[in-house]
Design a protein around this ligand. Structure first.
Ligand code: MN
Length: 135
């Protein structure tokens, strides 16, 4: 058994190659192999979002604070709020982030397929982000 004290990991700012706006990441689960699950708390300031990306084994997002947007490629922009849980199937191209007016914090849970847990793609443009969400 291993207890990781809260101050062990500094908060990391999301890499601007993969995120638009200010995104703050705090790891929760980075267990060594053979475990492959990963979890992190991710905070998005208003307007901040991921780039388009996929996860080889899918991803679960659980919103703990605020109001966010999520979209699968070709689908509507959807609103997500504290208490909502989103499952993104394996290899579904998508993005997630805050709404333009509210920050959003989610717990992201996903698995390594052996060598990766995410494939990053192009940024979500302001035009794509600005599409009115379906409720
Ligand atoms: Mn994702």
């Amino acid at each position: 058994m291993d207890i990781t004290p809260a101050p062990t990991h500094a908060t990391r700012r999301g890499n601007p190659d993969w995120f638009t706006g200010a995104v703050w990441q705090d790891p929760i689960v980075e267990a060594p192999a053979p475990a492959r699950v990963r979890a992190a708390r991710v905070g998005f300031e208003p307007g901040a979002r991921t780039a388009w990306h996929t996860h080889p084994l899918g991803q679960t997002l659980h919103v703990v604070q605020g109001i966010g947007h999520v979209q699968a490629k070709g689908g509507p922009v959807r609103v997500i709020r504290a208490g909502d849980t989103v499952f993104i199937p394996p290899d579904e191209k998508h993005w997630h982030g805050a709404s333009p007016t509210h920050g959003m914090v989610h717990i992201a849970i996903h698995e390594f397929d052996g060598e990766k847990h995410v494939t990053w793609m192009e940024h979500v443009t302001d035009a794509e982000y600005g599409v009115a969400p379906e409720r």
